[in-house]
Design a protein. Structure first.
Length: 455
């Protein structure tokens, strides 16, 4: 058994040695093949380099010729550059001499052309924003071109150009004193462009369909003002457009060419001023409207009661539809009561009528006191917003503080607007109520005196 095992182990060793020998022979064959490949590649690379050297030697003569041609061209360009530089300097001297001769020949005309250039520029700016350009276009273009030509070059204005400048200035003055009608495209407030008949009042105003227009010199268009001025100005504009020229029409003009009209249009109306008051302003108006309704109700009621009381004073028949009649009715209800008892019954009847006569007067008085306090609250709130804006953005832009200041001022005004009439109404209604009470007390005293005399 042991011998068989030894034979098997010996066989395995022999097998492994034979396998290692075979592997070693394979690696030797691979290294030989690699060495052969390296020799073949080195030989090919050497042949390519030799071929490149032969090509370079063959093209060397050609490259030398290109170099000689390039150097010759450079020398030629340098010579030409020196020649042009010399010619430029000579031209500079000639140009200076010619400018001097031109200045000498122009003399005082040079000053004239300078003034003409300045006038052309100033007149162009005036025509650019003039409402007359809405009817007569193209004037500023001519003056602009003329001013640029005279400023950018030595070109002088011709006699025709000078005469046209004079003509355009004269036409501007002439048209400034006219009220004319012409047809042009007008951009309405909604954005539509419609051809309309426009009335031009000198260089001061443009109107169409009873509305004021503005002229935009940048785009050369005529458009309606988004916001129109007060109704009295619009009505005069409509009368002017309907006029045939035989009668005088009062019409408001803007001598600044639209600046004052623009500020007038930007002024807030009543609704916008109320909106500036914010939430506090709306609350003040609601409270004021409620107080006004109560005051109107009390005014009507007390007036009717006073009329009925006056009728009762003139009538011997006691009616229960008025406070005096109800008080006098107590006398008939207690015909046998003594003076003291009757006085108590009359006092009771008068005290029953007083709350009816003074109903809601206390609320009106409270509103007259609370309204200015609410206005003060809005003032404080607006100033707080103003100071917050100053803290965040500084004082560089007043528009950032305008909202808080508007709220502060508008709420104060609204509070006073509500408080002043409420105070007056309370005083008037309270006086009327007390007058009726005085009549009741006076008539009750007369009844007591009459009963006392009977007793």
């Amino acid at each position: 058994m042991f011998n068989s095992v030894k034979r098997i182990a010996f066989g395995l060793v022999a097998l492994s040695l034979s396998a290692g020998a075979v592997a070693q022979n394979d690696r030797a064959m691979d290294l030989d093949a690699l060495l052969k490949q390296l020799e073949e590649g080195q030989f090919a690379q050497s042949e390519q380099n030799k071929q490149r050297e032969r090509d370079f030697v063959a093209q060397r003569a050609e490259q030398d010729q290109v170099l000689r041609d390039t150097r010759a061209r450079r020398d030629q360009m340098l010579a030409q550059s020196e020649q042009l530089e010399t010619q430029f300097e000579e031209n500079e001297f000639k140009l200076a001499d010619l400018n001097g001769a031109l200045d000498t020949r122009l003399g005082s005309l040079k000053e004239l052309f300078g003034v003409l250039q300045q006038i052309a520029g100033d007149t162009k700016n005036k025509f650019y924003n003039s409402m007359i350009s809405a009817q007569i276009s193209g004037r500023s273009d001519f003056l602009d071109k003329m001013a640029q030509d005279m400023g950018s070059s030595s070109k002088l204005a011709s006699i025709e150009e000078i005469e046209r400048v004079w003509f355009e200035m004269q036409r501007e003055m002439t048209e400034s004193g006219k009220v004319t009608k012409f047809t042009t495209d007008v951009v309405e407030a909604g954005g539509q462009k419609v051809s309309k008949e426009v009335v031009r009042v000198g260089p001061f105003a443009l109107v169409a369909d009873g509305k004021y227009l503005e002229y935009n010199g940048v785009t050369g268009t005529v458009s309606e003002l988004i916001r129109q001025p007060a109704d009295r100005y619009n009505s005069s504009a409509a009368e002017l457009q309907e006029s045939t020229g035989g009668e005088l029409v009062q019409f408001g003009i803007d001598p600044t060419g639209g600046s004052i009209l623009g500020l007038l249009v930007q002024a807030p109306n009543l609704k916008e001023r109320v909106e500036q008051g914010g939430v506090v302003g709306y609350i003040i108006l609601i409270v004021g409207a409620f107080g006004l309704l109560l005051a109107i109700e009390r005014l009507i009621t007390l007036s009717l009661i006073r009329m009925k009381v006056n009728k009762q004073l003139k009538s011997k028949e006691v009616k229960a539809n008025n406070p005096l009649g109800r008080v006098l009715k107590v006398r008939d209800e207690y015909p046998n009561a003594d003076v003291e008892a009757l006085e108590l019954h009359l006092t009771e009847a008068i005290l029953g009528e007083v709350p009816k006569l003074g109903r809601n007067l206390t609320i009106i008085k409270i509103i007259s006191v609370v309204a200015p306090l609410m206005g003060l609250l809005g003032t404080v709130t607006g100033m707080i917003n103003t100071f917050q804006a100053i803290t965040l953005f500084g004082t560089g832009d007043p528009k950032l503080m305008a909202g808080g200041i508007s709220t502060a001022l508008v709420t104060t005004v609204l509070g006073l607007v509500v408080a002043i009439p409420m105070t007056l109404l309370y005083a008037m209604l309270n006086t009327r109520s007390k007058n009726i009470v005085y009549i009741l007390q006076e008539q009750a005293s007369g009844v007591i005196a009459e009963r006392a005399e009977r007793s």
